[in-house]
Ligand binder design. Structure first.
Ligand code: AMP
Ligand code: MN
Ligand code: MN
Ligand code: MN
Length: 278
């Protein structure tokens, strides 16, 4: 069943493992196709592709971007992208968001200092290791400094959306994210809809905005939740995508390419994604 995984992170954003390592893990589970979907960057795709070649794993270029919707809050959108030169335009836009993340991290550190949980900027940069900087890197630095026991506690106490050390960064609107992905010939899928406050409204809104898919086979979502997602996708004519959202951070995470994606969905996704990747 696990022949593909369309949602994974590497050291190029907030994952703990290098792109090649992620691909090798997926291959070890029997995956034939994966998408590396780091936040706001395509920087890991080339390494993943090279690692995939000897293992016969096709790697689709992908990205996860954040969007803000007035009514629905922060949502994430996955873009599955063709392997063509037009990606330059997308890269340019993503680079603006990457730059802004640096200033935002600094503001977060100021808030943390005021809250009595100071961490050094260098410590955060070491965790980011040249990749796209995000809250998880600050969370790890908070663990190192002894302010919290775990990354999750760092989010629960300080960094969650609306939390005492949360700094909003400017992000795309839902329509803009879809336009950006469609502009380079990609496929836009709403990431992990079951994690949002209003799952159904988020999905309906995304479909109305012109989105192509929704991530239905997500981590270990229970069968009734998956079945409900399948019904919604079919009603709204959305492609059902799936993946582990692997970061390699939490001890109980699902490993790459271990999310059960039923054969009918996997077959359809393989066709769609292979078209993009060639
Ligand atoms: P950023 O893109 O810097 O805003 O960070 C977002 C990332 O932080 C997400 O992709 C998750 O990996 C992680 N994250 C966000 N909210 C939480 C939370 N409440 N608990 C744990 N991790 C979270
Ligand atoms: Mn993440
Ligand atoms: Mn996400
Ligand atoms: Mn993700």
């Amino acid at each position: 069943m696990a022949r593909l995984d369309l949602h994974m992170h590497s050291t190029r954003s907030d994952g703990r493992h290098a792109p090649a390592w992620v691909v090798q893990q997926a291959a070890a589970q029997g995956a034939e196709l994966i998408a590396l979907s780091d936040h706001d960057t395509l920087a890991g795709v080339e390494e993943a592709r090279e690692a995939g070649k000897p293992l016969s794993v096709t790697v689709v270029a992908a990205v996860e971007v954040s969007v803000i919707d007035q009514a629905l809050g922060e949502l994430h959108v996955l873009g599955y992208l063709p392997s063509r030169d037009e990606l330059v335009n997308l890269e340019l836009k993503l680079s603006e968001y990457r730059n802004e993340r640096v200033g935002r991290a600094r503001r977060t550190l100021e808030l943390l200092r005021d809250l009595g949980a100071a961490v050094e900027e260098d410590a955060v940069l070491r965790h980011a290791d040249g990749g796209v900087i995000g809250r998880p890197h600050i969370a790890r630095a908070l663990v190192d400094a002894g302010h919290v026991e775990s990354v999750q506690e760092a989010f629960d106490r300080f960094l969650h959306n609306g939390g005492p050390a949360f700094v909003q960064r400017s992000v795309l609107s839902m329509e803009e994210s879809i336009e950006l992905i469609h502009g380079v010939g990609g496929i836009a899928s709403l990431a992990h809809p079951t994690r949002y406050r209003e799952t159904e409204a988020s999905i309906e809104s995304f479909a109305a905005a012109g989105g192509d898919g929704i991530e239905i086979y997500y981590r270990n979502d229970p069968p009734d939740v998956v079945a409900n997602g399948e019904r919604l996708a079919s009603r709204l004519s959305l492609v059902a995508t799936g993946g582990s959202d692997f970061h390699g951070i939490h001890p109980d995470e699902m490993l790459p390419a271990t999310v059960p994606i039923p054969d009918h969905a996997a077959g359809r996704l393989l066709d769609l994604m292979k078209d993009l990747a060639t």
